[in-house]
Design a binder for this molecule. Structure first.
Ligand SMILES: [Zn+2]
Length: 298
């Protein structure tokens, strides 16, 4: 009988502990609730063969969500991480190229949206790399996008990330023999940005622009975006600044924006010249400018 009571008590205690554990887990999950939008295009989650774009710059993203790896003798820089489910794709892509995931020392993003920061918290945790972000996106990144003026409605769309370094317009990010210059290109998010860097191979040096193209996300009129009063002025600044940039190669946050899949096919050999496409940049920027002017006139 005593043994029976003891077993009873034991299992009761176990049940109580389990309930307590469950309640705690549920509580901490709701305290940091993350809901990534589910209706995303299939190309965002589709794997793509990683490849060398030019010099020490590599494409390691998914079919459409661009992630870039800058390889240096002092470790590597990863720019953008796609959706939460992109983490394994990026990890595998880096290994396929013969680099070590753990060698990532610096993390950057072109904009604080869930389709570019989805896996960032996980990558940061696994690598211990330092996250650097444009000052104007630091807050929204720290709340997982819940305060985003267009996509946030109080719920995080990605796991929040705390910045290790705040970047301002024209700041340098230096690792090994490579220097990136951050260019503040606000509008799409308050702290959207692009990066300029020089890369070289045995033949020549290329100036590369990793661009955040200023597409419009809000469905409201500019004057009605109360969370972002400077939105119209910021977009105007960005279009002006982006029209003046000079570079040899450009790539962007989404593969579709710079026609990656017409410039590169799986199995292609190294061909940086395929990414020299100033006309493509000017044409796409002009298309977005038309959208901006339409929105402005509303
Ligand atoms: Zn976006």
């Amino acid at each position: 009988m005593a043994v029976y009571i003891c077993v009873m008590l034991h299992s009761l205690l176990k049940t109580t502990l389990l309930i307590a554990l469950f309640a705690f887990t549920a509580f901490s999950a709701s305290a940091q609730k993350v809901i990534e939008p589910k209706d995303t295009p299939a190309e965002w989650s589709k794997p793509y063969q990683p490849f060398r774009i030019a010099g020490n710059l590599y494409y390691v993203g998914t079919y459409d969500l661009a992630s870039y790896l800058v390889v240096t003798p002092k470790g590597n820089i990863l720019i953008n991480t796609g959706l939460a489910n992109s983490a394994d794709i990026i990890k595998k892509n880096i290994a396929t190229l013969g680099f070590k995931f753990k060698d990532i020392k610096i993390l950057l993003t072109t904009q604080a949206h869930y389709d570019h920061l989805g896996a960032m918290a996980a990558v940061k945790k696994q690598t211990g790399a330092k996250m650097m972000v444009d000052e104007a996106d630091a807050q929204v990144m720290a709340d997982g996008g819940s305060s985003d003026y267009a996509l946030g409605n109080g719920v995080s769309t990605y796991v929040p990330i705390k910045a290790d370094r705040i970047l301002h317009d024209k700041d340098s990010i230096i690792l090994g023999d490579t220097k990136l210059t951050m260019l503040h290109h606000p509008g799409h998010t308050k702290g959207s940005c692009s990066f300029l860097l020089d890369v070289k191979d045995a033949v020549r040096t290329y100036r590369v622009l990793i661009a955040n193209m200023p597409s419009i996300v809000t469905e409201k009129k500019f004057g009605e975006v109360s969370e972002y009063p400077a939105i119209e002025k910021d977009y105007a600044y960005t279009f002006d600044a982006m029209k003046k940039l000079s570079f040899d190669i450009w790539v962007s946050s989404h593969a579709s924006q710079f026609n990656l899949h017409t410039k590169h096919k799986p199995g292609d050999t190294y061909n940086p010249a395929a990414f020299i496409d100033l006309k493509g940049y000017d044409t796409y920027l002009a298309e977005l400018d038309v959208e901006f002017k339409k929105k402005r006139a509303e």
